[in-house]
Design a protein around this ligand. Structure first.
Ligand code: ZN
Length: 276
């Protein structure tokens, strides 16, 4: 018995198990596995988190947090965030974010006009694209009702948000081009069917994006809605006729709104939201 244990020790010291009596086979195998583990770990140290420029930027600026998302959905953009957008010109117009998507409902719809966003229906998994060049301020799923959510910050203090995604395809701190794929269209969060809940904010208010979309707002049959088109080249001068309002809450929400309640209830099911 003693010899057997010693034999195992010797074998391990040389790094090679030798044929042993059948009765000790299990014991040897176990001992070999245990003794080998540290070796393997040494050879493959735990990988350090990859520190990409986007990650560094997000950490430095406090992007990607629930708090950042709450600020952005209230239309508040810090100077430090704006300096990091990486695009010199304000967007002026917005790209319709789902190429073959269709209008479901618009700004000011829903009970009491609380829905200050546009819902764009589309095929599950289709590409959701950045409406303008910008910086990813948030990409996560921590806000009630929104599901997988991406929020972009744009030059001039504009913010766009894309909710209910099947999957987010960008990370906080990342810079994106106009038209770049940022998510896959889905129905996560409070949603009755695949669509993008698109919000457009400026100066602490939600604004109606409809007239800014290019090539226009598409209907399900492929036609373009006959809407008056406008552009917003100077962030300080809002175009005439473009509506902006402080965020409204659904009339059914009777509880007092905490500061971050701006994130709650993007789409209320009783309004048949998003069900194409
Ligand atoms: Zn919506």
């Amino acid at each position: 018995m003693v010899c057997g244990v010693l034999a195992i020790g010797c074998n391990l010291a040389w790094g090679r198990p030798v044929a042993a009596a059948p009765t000790r086979g299990k014991l040897e195998a176990k001992a070999t596995t245990k003794a080998s583990k540290p070796k393997v770990d040494q050879g493959h140290p735990k990988a350090a988190p990859v520190s990409t420029p986007a990650r560094q930027r997000a950490e430095r600026l406090g992007l990607g947090t629930r708090r950042a998302a709450g600020e952005l959905l209230a239309g508040r953009v810090s100077d430090a965030w704006l300096r990091s957008v990486g695009s010199e010109k304000a967007p002026s117009t917005l790209k319709f974010p789902v190429a073959k998507g269709w209008f479901v409902r618009g700004f000011g719809s829903g009970a009491g006009g609380y829905h200050q966003a546009m819902d764009i229906g589309g095929e599950l998994g289709s590409n959701v694209r950045a409406a303008a060049p910008g910086l990813v301020g948030y990409a996560g799923n921590e806000l009630s009702g929104y599901g997988n959510l991406v929020i972009l910050i744009h030059t001039g203090g504009f913010v766009t948000a894309y909710a209910h995604n099947a999957k987010n395809r960008v990370v906080p701190g990342q810079r994106v081009e106009r038209g770049q794929v940022i998510a896959e269209l889905g129905s996560t969060g409070r949603s009755k069917g695949p669509h993008v809940h698109f919000e457009f904010l400026h100066g602490g208010q939600n604004c109606d994006p409809a007239g800014l979309f290019r090539p226009g707002v598409r209907r399900r049959d492929g036609s373009t809605m006959p809407l008056p088109r406008t552009s917003w080249p100077d962030p300080k001068r809002r175009p005439k006729g473009l509506a902006c309002h402080p965020r409204k809450h659904h009339p059914g929400n009777v509880t007092a709104a905490p500061p971050e309640a701006t994130e709650a209830d993007p789409d209320e099911p009783e309004d048949g939201d998003g069900a194409p």
